[in-house]
Design a protein around this ligand. Structure first.
Ligand code: FEO
Length: 387
């Protein structure tokens, strides 16, 4: 990357799911970095233990590692540290005080292997100075980043990461990385938006030439990705309705079609997700921006369709900044769809717009009620100045 600064790690081309939950359409990478000073050598983060052999094969000629910096205790970065310590038993694991406890619990790393650092502490490797910056809740409580002063490189771990498997060291296609980065933010970071905003502010005083995350490509022109994160964190919601839905006998689908048309006629953008086929990462990305969420669901077994319940549960967990929410859908004989869904979203600070439910296929009265819903949403977006 620069003199005596190296990208190591593993590219996981074939992984298609993270946390047994998050789709990875483009695979991912677990980046590890080596910084060689005139006196000491540091390895920054390891790799997922499923690819430890790849990392170990890259350092067969490295006789000594003095420090293993662990920015984050989650195992896709820390999981190979025990194998590294087997090879380099005198290496010290450098981490926050909170990470030490977590690494001891998660990976059974012995207490004597740690060198904890405070926020702002530095470590000289000889002609290379590592400065540690606490960045809590990106996206666990113990997270930090490292700034390499002489080279102005920020090693950011999950911060600014993107799940992309590629043979390119540096970002080549900003559009592609922007989409992958937004997906990453949506699925992992969105619930911690406020504290991430504080961490973004904290980084402002650093002169950063390069951001080296632990997933995806390195940013050798980092201003744009920092601006993108600022937009996802600080910008107001957009004039957008996110519409996840499922339909069993076409009634809900007709209501969704009608609402979509009316919203678009009213100048509101719509992003529609048929939950039987959708990629939940795409839905999560829409939730970064949407001012309004409308869930479309039939009633099944007296409640919302389980796929709609899943979408509501996911939205509740991701805590998007949407301001309005409503429900449309159908039923055959009755049920408590609205009550059940409403109880599933306590984390969403939204104003609820009157739901529209209908028995069987929608009638002209139902379509008229949907027209009112579309007008109401458009009016509220206009009042708030969402664009
Ligand atoms: Fe890439 Fe939170 O681990």
């Amino acid at each position: 990357m620069k003199d005596n600064v190296f990208l190591l790690g593993a590219v996981d081309w074939n992984r298609r799911l993270f946390d047994s939950l998050i789709p990875l359409p483009d695979g991912t990478s677990y980046n590890s970095y080596m910084v060689c000073g005139s006196e000491k050598t540091a390895l920054l983060d390891s790799v997922d233990p499923c690819m430890a052999d790849v990392l170990l094969s890259q350092i067969t000629d490295v006789a000594k590692i003095d420090y293993i910096v662990s920015h984050h205790a989650e195992q896709d970065h820390s999981g190979s540290i025990p194998m590294l310590l087997e090879k380099y038993p005198d290496a010290k694991v450098v981490c926050t005080t909170k990470a030490r406890g977590m690494l001891m619990d998660l990976l059974h790393i012995p207490e004597e292997s740690f060198h904890t650092v405070e926020d702002g502490a530095t470590l000289s490797l000889g002609a290379k100075t590592l400065e540690f910056i606490y960045t809590p809740w990106v996206h666990w409580p113990e997270t930090m980043v490292t700034y390499l002063r002489e080279d102005r490189i920020l090693f950011s771990c999950d911060f600014f990461g993107s799940h992309i498997a590629t043979s390119d060291m540096f970002v080549v296609d900003k559009g592609r990385v922007h989409e992958a980065g937004k997906r990453y933010f949506a699925e992992i970071m969105m619930p911690f938006r406020d504290v991430i905003g504080k961490n973004l502010e904290k980084l402002k005083k650093y002169d950063i030439d390069m951001i080296a995350p632990s997933h995806g490509q390195i940013y050798d022109d980092p201003a744009w990705i920092m601006d993108a994160w600022r937009d996802w964190v600080f910008a107001p919601p957009k004039n957008l309705v996110v519409l996840p839905y499922v339909s069993m006998h076409e009634s809900t689908a007709r209501m969704v079609d009608h609402l979509t048309t009316k919203l678009v006629d009213n100048g509101v953008r719509v992003e529609l997700y048929d939950l039987t086929v959708t990629d939940i990462g795409k839905l999560a990305m829409s939730l970064v921006d949407g001012a309004t969420i409308v869930v479309g669901t039939p009633t099944v077994l007296a409640g919302p369709h389980p796929l709609a319940a899943y979408a509501a549960f996911l939205a509740n967990a991701l805590r998007p900044r949407a301001k309005y929410l409503s429900i449309i859908g159908s039923y055959g004989w009755g049920g408590k769809t609205v009550e059940t869904l409403s109880a599933m979203i306590p984390n969403l600070k939204v104003e609820v717009i009157d739901p529209v439910l209908c028995k069987g296929l929608p009638t002209k009265e139902v379509f008229a009620a949907i027209d009112v819903m579309a007008d109401t949403i458009a009016e509220k977006h206009r009042e708030q100045g969402f664009s």
